[in-house]
Design a protein around this ligand. Structure first.
Ligand code: 13P
Ligand code: SF4
Length: 304
C-alpha cells in the first residue's frame, strides 16, 4: 500500500473505532503522521490518563502500553508488535525487586516508568526521566531506593543536596554503552556544538553535557536555543525529529549504535493492522494494576 493510502486508512479506522495513537519520540518518524500525541513517557502517560477514546494504540514499547492500560483499565490498549520490549525494564523482576527492598527496609522506593507493572506495584512512586528529580524531592526524605536505572538514579542524586539515592544495577544498553570518548570524539569534530544528554547515560557522560533532559526536554531546549549545532546523546529518533522541525540547525547523533531496535519495530503497516485486527491487546492483572496505579497516580500529581 502507498503511504498516503495507508495514512488515510489509519485515520478512517481511528474515527470509526474512536481510537487514538500515542507515539514515543524514538519511533520511526513516519508514525508521527498518524499519531494524535507524540512525545516523552511522561507526556504520553498523561495523555493516556485523560483521553476519552475507546482504544489506545501505543506506538512504543511494552511497559508504555502496560502503563496506559493501568491508567485506563476500561479502555482497550493495543501494542502493534508484541515483541516490542524494553531491555531496561527486563533487568528487574518481582523476585529481584523484593530482594532489593528486603536489603534496605523502610526506605521509600522510586521506580522509573521503564519497568514492569509488577515492579511498579511494589514501589511507592513512579517517575520518568522528565520528573525524576522532582519526584524524589517530593518525598522529602534523606534516602531513597531507585529501580531499575542506576544512571538516572545517580543523576537524580547529583541534582539534590543531602539525598542518598541507592540504585538497583539496571541500565538501558543503548545509553549505557555511550562513553566519554564518544563525546570527546564528536566534540573534536564539532567544537561549537552543544552537548544534549539523556539522563539514562552514565554519570561521566552527563557530566560533560551542556543540557541533560528527557527526549521532549532536549527537543524543547534545542528549538528555543540560539545555537546552531548539537551533539545528540540519546536515541536516533530525537535526531530525526529535530532535523524535521529545525531545518536551519545541524544535529550529530553521538554514534551509529544509538538506536533502540525495539522502538524501531513499528511501521505504518503495523499501526494499520493493529487497528484493523485489534492487535495486540495488553492486559494487566487487576490486583497488580491497582497497586501500580497508586504509584503512577502519585507521579502524575508531581509537577515535572
Ligand atoms: P523519555 O522519558 O525521555 O521519553 O525516555 C524514555 C526512554 O525509554 C528512554 O530510553
Ligand atoms: Fe528501553 Fe533503552 Fe529502548 Fe528506552 S531506549 S525503550 S530504555 S531499551
Amino acid at each position: 500500500m502507498e503511504k498516503k493510502e495507508l495514512t488515510d486508512k489509519i485515520n478512517k479506522l481511528k474515527k470509526e473505532k474512536n481510537a487514538i495513537v500515542l507515539a514515543h519520540t524514538y519511533q520511526n518518524i513516519e508514525i508521527d503522521e498518524v499519531a494524535d500525541f507524540s512525545g516523552d513517557s511522561l507526556y504520553l502517560s498523561r495523555q493516556a490518563a485523560k483521553t476519552d477514546a475507546d482504544i489506545i494504540v501505543f506506538a512504543g514499547v511494552y511497559f508504555m502500553a502496560e502503563t496506559a492500560k493501568i491508567l485506563s483499565p476500561n479502555k482497550t490498549v493495543l501494542l502493534p508488535n508484541i515483541k516490542a520490549g524494553c531491555d531496561m525494564a527486563d533487568k528487574i523482576n518481582l523476585k529481584q525487586m523484593r530482594e532489593f527492598k528486603a536489603k534496605y527496609p523502610d526506605i521509600p522506593v522510586v521506580c522509573y516508568v521503564n519497568s514492569t507493572a509488577e515492579v511498579k506495584s511494589e514501589s511507592d512512586i513512579c517517575c520518568t526521566s522528565a520528573n525524576a528529580v522532582n519526584v524524589v524531592k517530593s518525598l522529602n526524605t534523606k534516602e531513597v531506593l531507585f529501580v531499575p536505572d542506576q544512571n538516572l538514579g545517580s543523576y537524580v542524586e547529583s541534582q539534590l543536596e543531602g539525598v542518598k539515592v541507592i540504585t538497583y544495577p539496571g541500565y538501558c544498553p543503548i545509553h549505557h554503552r555511550i562513553t566519554t570518548q564518544d563525546i570527546e570524539k564528536q566534540k573534536a569534530l564539532h567544537p561549537n556544538a552543544k552537548i544534549m544528554v539523556h539522563p539514562e547515560c552514565k554519570k561521566q557522560v552527563t557530566q560533560l553535557a551542556d543540557f541533560v533532559g528527557s527526549t521532549t526536554a532536549i527537543i524543547k531546549f534545542v528549538k528555543e536555543s540560539k545555537d546552531k549545532e548539537f551533539i545528540i546523546v540519546t536515541e536516533q529518533g530525537v535526531v530525526q525529529r529535530l532535523e524535521r522541525d529545525c531545518p536551519d540547525k545541524k544535529f550529530i547523533l553521538i554514534n551509529e549504535k544509538a538506536v533502540c531496535d525495539s522502538m524501531k519495530l513499528l511501521h505504518l503497516e503495523d499501526i494499520y493492522n493493529s487497528l484493523k485486527n485489534n492487535e495486540f491487546e495488553i492486559n494487566v492483572d487487576e490486583t497488580i494494576a491497582k497497586k501500580a496505579r497508586t504509584s503512577i497516580d502519585r507521579m502524575i500529581k508531581v509537577n515535572a
